[in-house]
Ligand binder design. Structure first.
Ligand code: IMP
Ligand code: MG
Length: 186
């Protein structure tokens, strides 16, 4: 198994910066949703670390739900635009205030497809909270109410985000130096 330091280009966002910014987002959401009981819908698997830290920084009571989508073919690092829901939420969101929690918005296809689906279920409100926004890569416009960091067009990993399904556990967001990354072997 490769040591991530063998292909880490740079640490883009440190553990400390993540902590500070997520605390701010939690405070913003808690203020905006005061008196409400929102449902945070997390997109698996990349959004998990962000969700759990965001929850701990929120003071409003809230529920959580999970969805999984697949938008990449195996080994691809770009959305195909073909988004498939592989795991759906279990409870009704009708008349609920829903916040979609994502790790990163890249082309925008994933969030666009999930928003369209959730809208058909008649939530009272629906907003998007993403940790990262690769704004310059956007192919379809999506509304973003809460954004942790806008980042450049680089492939990043750590803090929930994977490179070939590994390294999600790292506490920071790092940039992959693709010239030094040869794929996960043994
Ligand atoms: P989109 O549909 O192109 O917006 O892609 C969103 C999904 O692609 C995210 O939920 C991530 O799972 C994945 N993704 C996009 N960029 C990166 C990256 O730099 N590192 C890891 N995953 C990424
Ligand atoms: Mg994701």
């Amino acid at each position: 198994m490769l040591d991530y330091r063998e292909f880490l280009g740079e640490i883009l966002i440190s553990e400390e910066q993540l902590k500070t910014r997520i605390a701010e987002l939690g405070a913003d959401i808690s203020r905006d949703y005061a008196g409400k009981k929102p449902v945070l819908v997390c997109i698996l698997r990349g959004g998990v670390m962000f969700l759990t830290d965001l929850m701990r920084s929120m003071t409003t009571p809230h529920a959580i739900e999970f969805m999984a989508v697949s938008s990449y073919g195996a080994g691809r690092r770009q959305s195909t635009g073909q988004v498939r829901i592989t795991y759906d939420i279990n409870n009704s969101i009708a008349d609920r205030d829903v916040i979609l929690v994502e790790d990163i918005i890249d082309s925008g296809y994933t969030v666009d497809a999930v928003l369209q689906l959730l809208t058909t279920r008649q939530p009272r409100s629906l907003t998007v909270c993403t940790l990262l926004n690769k704004a310059e890569r956007r192919e379809v416009e999506v509304p973003i109410q809460y954004c942790g960091f806008t980042i450049p067009d680089k492939f990043v990993f750590g803090y929930g985000l994977d490179i070939d399904e590994y390294y999600r556990n790292l506490p920071f967001i790092g940039v992959v130096d693709l010239s030094r990354y040869k794929g996960i072997t043994e």
